[in-house]
Design a protein around this ligand. Structure first.
Ligand code: GLU
Length: 600
């Protein structure tokens, strides 16, 4: 290894070669150690971690070094993120963990999505006049808080796939919470921007002993969270879902509720169970796209968009050509219409997934799209409409309003180990800093995930007792001959789907290296105009496609993608430069794996 300067080193000007950070908060780990290589994009032989947080990447890499597998590393990593990135995910939230088991060649999914209370009702987001409670208010109510699934999910993953005891995997998070860690720029920003929704416990959690909010570079401790995690370490998930922690969590939810007897209570917590899902698994350009099925729309819609691109022969067009953007914008537009019409929690809703993703149906959707014109009249604000995958007029069709656009909270991370096991895991508390309410004395933030339900009491994504809200999270893998060659995923509300689809497309069809695939500009369009785009989409392409009928909106960052490419003889990890992420590679033989930014 060519050596990393402690404290970080800027080595290039292009976003694809942004600086990397050494990690000083993790005992026994440093990017200087020969087995590890850290950076926005790194290469290694025996293990790879890509996360939004260098500390979490470092912890996960130490688990790989001591012989833990990808699931062990992912569990330790998620517990660390609870401490170091509490604005994005944590034990107060839920997520989807897609696992490739190299021994069996099977894909398993641990679905720890939050659930509504058994007492929830479809009208819970309407006020006394039947009007929707304004979103900014809704996200802070007890009605928005679902039963968190993360702790049970991690326990289930550990039991089914782990090779290390829970106690070992939680320990790094406990130590970081107790001894302190360095607040990064993004956490500091989220603390400063969310104080309005904080309860007293949150203000206390995110302030130092003198009562000043933590800023970038400060050392933050969270002793209450250390104690909560220590209980889980000793007693397992029961320590979270039953007893004192559960009682305090239920009390805080009730305190914020408009109707306290309709929100998550201790019984809901005690009853929570994860599910083990069959992935969306579909053929694409000779590969397979493998991803999260409903109650996430993510996997299905990532595939839908990518498949339309394939059916339209999109690969014939240059990566920044007007044709490529046009096809992707139109594919997205049709995909969202079907998403909103048909997708919801399959425990409650008849989801016509097989029909929706059938080649025949997708071909019929692709046939609507052509270069030179648009399917709908976006200049006059026309909205794209769903098709009919069942090929019969649906007798019970009710249209769900699109989920509100979210700001890009959540976190995605991936791990691949020396045996070829892989994890693609997207995890969330919904908004940045979730509901803004920390459970007093317990140190963790409660999600506001149930605002992912439609506020209107109709459609496949309406609130129902015990139901899981429709998600966009898209933890994905691309398989070749049944074996992962790429993992990808992102935060970003409904932009999760498009950010993930672009990363896969740019990697596999345009054959870009992972970091280039991430930073290659993506676009986003829902059922309505305009098309949002990232910096780098040429003005000439926007002009040409405007003549064809697309309406362009603002330039904005889409998602925060983490990717691992499993190449023939090496693993390449990349972390999106739009936040502080870092990939960390592991090589058993000393000598390191090489960082592209440092001359390999
Ligand atoms: N709650 C969102 C979902 O499950 C993710 C939140 C976000 O990334 O903005 O789709």
């Amino acid at each position: 290894m060519t050596g990393a300067a402690a404290g970080g080193l800027a080595f290039a000007t292009s976003p694809a070669q942004a600086e990397y950070q050494d990690v000083t908060d993790v005992p026994g780990f440093s990017c200087d150690q020969p087995q590890f290589t850290c950076g926005r994009e790194v290469r290694a032989a025996d293990g790879m971690v890509s996360t939004v947080d260098p500390i979490a990447s470092g912890v996960a890499a130490t688990i790989l070094r001591e012989g833990g597998n990808a699931v062990d590393a992912a569990i330790a990593l998620q517990y660390v993120l609870t401490v170091t990135q509490p604005h994005g995910s944590g034990i107060g939230g839920g997520g989807f963990m897609v696992i490739y088991d190299a021994d069996s060649g099977e894909v398993d999914i641990v679905n720890s999505r939050e659930r509504a209370s058994r007492n929830a009702e479809a009208e819970q987001f309407l006020d006394d006049d039947g009007e929707e409670v304004p979103f900014a208010e809704r996200i802070q109510t007890g009605e928005a808080m679902g039963v968190p699934g993360t702790v049970r999910g991690l326990e289930a993953a550990c039991e089914r796939h782990g090779s290390r005891p829970r106690q070992r995997l939680i320990r790094p998070a406990i130590e970081l919470a107790r001894n302190g860690f360095t607040v990064d720029a993004f956490l500091a920003e989220q603390i400063a921007e969310n104080t309005e929704k904080f309860n007293d416990a949150a203000l206390e959690t995110f302030s130092d002993d003198g009562g000043t909010l933590y800023e970038e570079g400060d050392t933050m401790t969270n002793p209450d969270l250390a104690d909560t995690l220590d209980r889980i370490r000793r007693e397992g998930a029961e320590a979270f879902y039953e007893g004192e922690v559960a009682a305090d969590l239920a009390a805080e939810i009730a305190r914020n509720a408009r109707e306290p007897d309709r929100v998550v209570d201790e019984e809901d917590l005690a009853e929570y169970e994860v599910t083990f899902d069959e992935p969306v698994r579909e053929e694409w350009y000779g590969y397979e796209i493998v991803s999260q099925p409903p109650p996430s729309s993510g996997g299905a819609i990532v595939y839908y968009i990518l498949k339309l691109f394939e059916l339209l022969g999109g690969e014939a067009h240059e990566i920044r050509s007007p044709e490529k953007y046009h096809l992707l914008a139109e594919a997205q537009s049709l995909a969202w219409a079907d998403r909103n019409e048909y997708l919801g929690d399959p425990e409650f809703v008849e989801v016509p997934l097989a029909e929706l993703l059938s080649e025949e149906y997708l071909q019929s959707r692709a046939d609507l799209i052509e270069i030179g014109s648009t399917v709908y009249d976006y200049e006059n604000d026309e909205e794209s409409q769903p098709g009919d995958p069942l090929a019969v007029a649906s007798s019970a069709s009710t249209t769900a309003p699109a989920t509100a656009m979210q700001s890009g909270s959540t976190t995605h991370f991936s791990v691949v180990d020396q045996w070829g096991n892989a994890v693609s895991y997207t995890s969330t508390i919904e908004q940045f800093m979730g509901s803004g309410k920390v459970v007093p004395g317990r140190g963790f933030m409660i999600n506001n995930e149930l605002t992912d339900f439609s506020a209107e009491p109709e459609g496949p994504n309406r609130v129902e007792p015990g139901k899981r809200p429709l998600s966009s999270m898209s933890p994905s893998m691309v398989l070749e001959d049944g074996v992962p060659v790429l993992t990808a995923g992102s935060p970003g509300g409904i932009r999760i789907i498009t950010a993930t689809a672009h990363a896969i497309l740019h990697s596999m069809v345009y054959e870009l290296d992972p970091l280039d695939a991430i930073v290659e500009p993506s676009i986003f369009k829902s059922t309505l105009p305009p098309v949002h785009y990232e910096e780098g989409v040429p003005e000439s392409a926007r002009e040409t496609t405007s003549e064809w009928g697309l309406v362009w909106g603002d330039e904005e960052v889409q998602g925060n993608v983490q990717v691992i490419r499993v190449a023939d003889d090496e693993l390449i990890g990349a972390a999106d430069p739009s936040r502080d992420g870092q990939a960390t590679g592991f090589d058993r033989a000393a000598g390191g794996g090489g960082d592209r930014g440092r001359g390999r």
